[in-house]
Ligand binder design. Structure first.
Ligand SMILES: [Zn+2]
Length: 218
């Protein structure tokens, strides 16, 4: 018997493990469970008629918004969508912003990226000197924090985000949260943290590449 893989998480589907067949793939029980609420009842009953792409669109409507703008999805990292041919990216809505209408940006508007963990910058690119102060402040803050004797949870993470700096009049940056759970921080040795961090790193790498290209053109 050939091995079957989930078209969403890429995990192998165990024999006897619940799965649903799609027109051109499979969705495992776990992925289905996680996304049940995003799917319409009529879709849940007709999964066999849906393609993987259909299901992805239903789970993440911003994909449709992106495509409706006339762009083609060439790569998708987390919630960020790229059209590498037209050099635009779609950043969706983050929870902290006021301007909710601006989601599409040109590659050449991206000039900086940071990975932030529990409000500290742990990695950055493109920002040159400007970022040093922030990093130093983060460092001082961390030392002060530990001196105060506040219970410091080195082994957990409450917030993990990628902050993307944009050359735009209305949206100066977008901060996309991969983990945002102040009440119940996630253990750093968990697979959830690992997965989130991987997405953050992939996103950072892609954006650094875009920034690098921008710099070469300028
Ligand atoms: Zn799956």
């Amino acid at each position: 018997m050939t091995k079957k893989y989930c078209s969403f998480c890429n995990n192998q589907i165990q024999f006897g493990g619940g799965k649903r067949k799609l027109k051109d793939g499979f969705i495992c029980q776990n992925c289905l469970k996680q996304n049940t609420q995003a799917l319409k009842i009529s879709e849940l009953f007709n999964l066999g008629k849906m393609t993987v792409e259909n299901v992805r669109d239903s789970i993440d409507p911003s994909r449709v918004a992106f495509k409706d703008s006339g762009y083609t999805l060439t790569e998708s990292i987390g919630d960020v969508k790229f059209d590498d041919n037209n050099k635009v990216l779609y950043l969706g809505n983050d929870q902290n912003e006021i301007q909710k209408d601006t989601s599409l940006f040109r590659f050449d508007q991206v000039y900086g990226v940071e990975i932030k963990e529990d409000n500290q910058t742990i990695s950055s690119g493109g920002l040159k000197g400007a970022i040093v102060g922030d990093v130093l402040l983060g460092g001082v803050g961390a030392i002060v924090g530990s001196n105060v004797g506040k219970k410091k949870s080195i082994g957990t993470c409450a917030k993990l985000s990628v902050k993307i700096y944009l050359d735009s009049q209305t949206t100066h940056y977008k901060e996309l949260y991969l983990i945002n759970n102040q009440k119940k921080p996630i253990k750093k040795d968990s697979s959830e943290y690992e997965k989130s961090y991987e997405i953050a790193s992939l996103l950072e790498a892609k954006l650094k590449y875009i920034i690098r290209k921008n710099e070469v053109i300028r």
